[in-house]
Design a protein around this ligand. Sequence first.
Ligand SMILES: Cc1cc2nc3c(=O)[nH]c(=O)nc-3n(C[C@H](O)[C@H](O)[C@H](O)COP(=O)(O)O)c2cc1C
Length: 192
Amino acid sequence: MLTRNDAALDFLLSRRSRPAKTLVAPAPSRDALLPILTAAARTPDHGMMEPWRFIVVEQGAMARLAGLTEEAGARLGKSPEDIAKARSQFDLGHLAVVVVEVQKESPKIPPLEMTYSAGAVCLSLLNAALASGWGANWLSGWMSHDRGFCEAAFDLAPHERIAGFVHIATEGPVPPERPRPDLDKITTWVAA
Ligand SMILES: Cc1cc2nc3c(=O)[nH]c(=O)nc-3n(C[C@H](O)[C@H](O)[C@H](O)COP(=O)(O)O)c2cc1C
């Protein structure tokens, strides 16, 4: 039987990302990351397609990704400011989990539902990291949508794309709360 879990509810009602640029060392060890990845993989997935996988980027790989972002930016004609901002998540990064959406053939499950499931994995991963006491932040950036970057950086196949980079490390300064949606504006109740 389900019982009320006040700690979980309190967490969900107060959860807040920690901006990646404010994160500091240490990042979680591989052992510390495993339960977080396990929680993230426990995500609704219509038809048990597992339309996602993880790539864990450790600190030693960050410089390579920053360089590939620089190359992609030059190829795409991005401004030096755009390139500097995009590569900064790797220049400053300690550990990031790339959530890769993996589209699979199915006569029953629409591709969009696999996309939704990959997004849900990103949030579960973020929340599991925060609930474990780590600072965490879900980022993307224009390079995450660039095929050249995705192939050079992670060897992604054509049916794969990046759903998000979830940066995880030790929290620095706690950010102030940000405005939250007005529930009345986004909720419609249908009673008949
Ligand atoms: C798909 C996706 C991509 C995002 N990419 C970025 C990004 O590249 N840069 C950024 O500053 N914030 C980005 N964000 C927003 C951050 O995750 C932001 O910190 C977050 O909205 C804070 O939410 P929270 O306070 O509810 O945890 C992205 C969010 C989502 C859902």
